[in-house]
Design a binder for this molecule. Structure first.
Ligand code: ADP
Ligand code: MG
Length: 685
């Protein structure tokens, strides 16, 4: 067995489990080892009811008084036990586990462990783990890994597989040169790998994490630097100069470009007409108007006889983009065939689209990333634009180069990273920043309230709907139990229908719905046929319905600030005053402080930096910034110092031994090649 072995090489992992692992992106033993825990469970001493803290995972000791109750609630069977201690009550709920009636014996004492919440004035623990007292004793004070899961894949299964892999694999020898390890005070690689999964002490975990974060950044930057050397030389074979048609499009817009948009558009024009191929990143906060820049570039490419591809992270967004491009083109009489390519299209529709792209009939292709990358053969591809979340990098560029294509590349991102970091991370790209919002926008009005305010919020929604506006409501996802997520959204919608004026059309949207269903809902919402859309965070990125003026987020405390900012970006896109209501289910001080940042500011950069201050670099496993930069373990904000160090070491190394030819660099050379072949981690390069 080696790191490249399929995961089925592990005992107890058959085809069925392998398929589940595949869903979380793990196919090989090596990928399993770098499937780092999401967090760790610390098994602390049980506490008395009086000392329970809300919203924290804790353990209690409890004696079962009588046989547990099981009741139906919708599609769920809820089993409940009520514990009593010195006159205080704690209610335990389990979903769809009726067999517990046979497990939990009246008269016996168990340890229950879970998050304690206040619900309707009662203390509740949902889905607590159950331990015999002596079993818990053995776990006491240990740190157990908690992995990201999917329905059917249990934490126990992942833990066992990782343990086996670590035990049986001949791990890679240390590959970092001694000098770097000494200067940066980095732990040994195999120690780090073991300790990140099964830390014996908190200090080991910190050391392990630092080492692995360093490696992740270091390899990424080294690979990037190599890439930069190659791409900078790449000659521009698709000279694109916008002409009358693009000018017409610009003139037909219902608004003038902002100064920042104008500047970025000029940079793009000079890139596309320049000596070398364009590789540019456009950074701009949500709502700063990136789409129109992409459309202008695509129009210019089409005008010069080149095909353009616009790639979006979700199907909903791809459809919406195709529609806006079409509208903008129609408004000014530009004739260019736009072809949509998404996963939910039938095989026949896809074939038809492929045909048009290959023959050159299609001037612009809009689709989700995978579809455009894989099978498509272009006739004369001149420009690739990727919107939100995904970088376009080594892999894709190589795939295209293999087909003889060297298009211009434009990457658009709303992730607010400071310029100094951006230069390190996007070392292979030139950077443009749209640092100005379109004029005439009314700033979004925010409020952070607790659950008791919900009825007022509902009355407010009704008023907005009566005025012709539309509303988003975000239900939190239930991370511990993906199945519950659907129940959650469906239940919420049902209740909402009972609470709001019955003439209001309310629909829901969640990640597990079929693409065609999602599209239908989104289209009806965009057309104004649905007034209130209850959704999980699937609508987080890019969705543009300017008539929507209220974003209400339930359990706002469960989301990262960057994510909340993205969600808020769905409103305030038109001429009407917009509102964002954050409902917080927690009255902890930290939560209040965090949400207060959003309350005060609508500026993504400010929010990111304040969030960082609050979390601080010591915050190991706080909620991550979501966005385009998904490193496996490093966080460009909280690990900014390590990122800087990795960048400096990479620069030094390249001066010292650019080909990594010295004997002490052979291990690194090999590792770097592996890393590049694996597509540079999960960075979708
Ligand atoms: P994002 O940068 O988040 O992708 P969009 O490109 O979706 O933002 O733009 C948000 C909204 O702003 C859209 O409705 C768009 O039509 C509008 N918009 C873009 N540029 C301008 C501008 N210069 N003036 C007024 N409105 C604009
Ligand atoms: Mg956008």
């Amino acid at each position: 067995m080696n790191t490249a072995s399929p995961i089925t090489a592990l005992k107890g992992v058959g085809e069925k489990t392998a398929a589940l692992f595949h869903r979380v992106g793990v196919d090989t033993v090596g990928e399993l080892l770098s499937y780092y825990p999401r967090t760790y469970d610390l098994y602390e001493k049980p506490v008395t009811f009086a000392n329970l803290e809300m919203e924290r995972i804790q353990a209690v000791t409890g004696r079962i008084g009588r046989m547990p109750d099981t009741k139906k609630a919708g599609r769920l069977a809820v089993t409940t036990v009520t514990l009593e201690e010195f006159g205080a009550y704690l209610h335990l709920n389990w979903f769809n586990m009726p067999f517990l009636r046979n497990t939990l014996r009246p008269g016996n004492t168990y340890i229950f462990r879970g998050k304690v919440q206040k619900k309707k004035g009662r203390m509740v623990m949902e889905q607590p783990e159950i331990y015999e007292t002596d079993a818990y004793e053995r776990l006491l004070d240990t740190m157990q890994p908690v992995y990201g899961l999917t329905a059917g894949l249990s934490n126990k299964t992942v833990t066992k597989a990782v343990r086996q892999a670590l035990d049986e694999l001949n791990l890679d020898p240390e590959y970092l040169p001694d000098r770097i390890r000494r200067d940066q005070e980095l732990a040994e690689y195999n120690f780090a790998l073991r300790s990140i999964h099964f830390p014996v002490r908190k200090e080991d975990l910190l050391l392990a994490r630092k080492r692995l974060v360093f490696d992740e950044f270091f390899l990424f930057i080294l690979a990037l630097r190599r890439l930069r050397e190659q791409t900078e030389m790449e000659k521009n074979e698709c000279v694109i100069r916008p002409d009358a048609q693009t000018e017409r499009l610009l003139a037909s817009l219902p608004y003038a470009l902002t100064g920042a948009q104008q500047r970025v558009w000029e940079e793009i024009q000079s890139d596309m007409a320049g000596e070398t191929v364009m590789n540019r990143l456009i950074q701009g906060d949500v709502g700063s108007g990136k789409t129109v820049i992409a459309v202008l570039a695509l129009a210019a490419a089409a005008e010069c006889g080149y095909q353009g591809a616009l790639m979006a992270p979700t199907e909903v967004l791809a459809r919406q983009h195709a529609q806006s491009v079409e509208e903008m083109f129609q408004n000014c009489g530009v004739k260019a065939e736009i072809v949509l390519l998404t996963g939910s299209m039938t095989a026949k529709e896809k074939r038809e689209a492929y045909g048009k792209i290959e023959s050159g009939e299609a001037a612009i292709v809009v689709g989700t990333h995978a579809l455009i990358q894989e099978k498509v053969r272009f006739f004369r591809l001149g420009l690739v634009v990727t919107d939100e979340q995904h970088r376009f990098g080594v892999r894709q560029r190589e795939t295209l180069a293999d087909k003889g294509l060297h298009p211009h590349v434009l990457v658009m991102s709303a992730t607010p990273i400071p310029r100094t970091l951006a230069i390190i991370i996007y070392g292979d790209l030139d950077i443009s920043v749209i640092d100005e919002m379109p004029k005439g926008r009314l700033p979004i009005k925010n409020c952070v309230v607790d659950e008791s305010w919900r009825p007022n919020a509902y009355r407010f929604l009704e008023k907005e709907v009566a005025a012709g506006r539309q509303v988003y409501i975000i239900c939190p996802m239930v991370e511990e139990n993906p199945e519950l997520e659907i129940e959650n959204v469906v239940d919420y919608t049902k209740k909402l229908r009972g609470s709001l004026n019955p003439s209001i059309v309310i629909e829901y949207l969640h990640g597990k719905m079929k693409a065609a269903q999602k599209n239908e809902i989104m289209e009806r919402f965009a057309a104004g046929e649905i007034q209130v859309l209850v959704s999980t965070t699937v609508i987080e990125v890019g969705v543009n319905v300017p008539n929507a003026t209220v974003m209400m987020v339930e359990n706002a405390e469960r989301f990262g600030l960057a994510q909340l900012h993205q969600l808020r970006g769905r409103v305030g896109r038109g001429k009407h005053q917009s509102y964002c209501i954050f409902i917080s289910g927690s009255d902890s001080k930290d939560t209040k402080k965090r949400l207060e940042i959003l309350n005060k500011s609508n500026d993504g950069f400010y929010i990111a930096s304040e969030d960082l201050k609050l979390r601080g670099p010591g915050d190991l496993f706080g909620i991550r910034q979501s966005g385009s930069l998904e490193f496996k373990i490093g966080d460009i904000f909280t690990d900014a110092k390590v990122l800087q160090a990795a960048s400096e070491e990479a620069a030094k190394l390249q001066k010292l031994d650019p080909g990594l030819a010295l004997p002490e660099h052979h291990g690194l050379q090999k590792k770097l090649l592996e890393y590049q072949n694996e597509g540079m981690g999960r960075m979708s390069l």
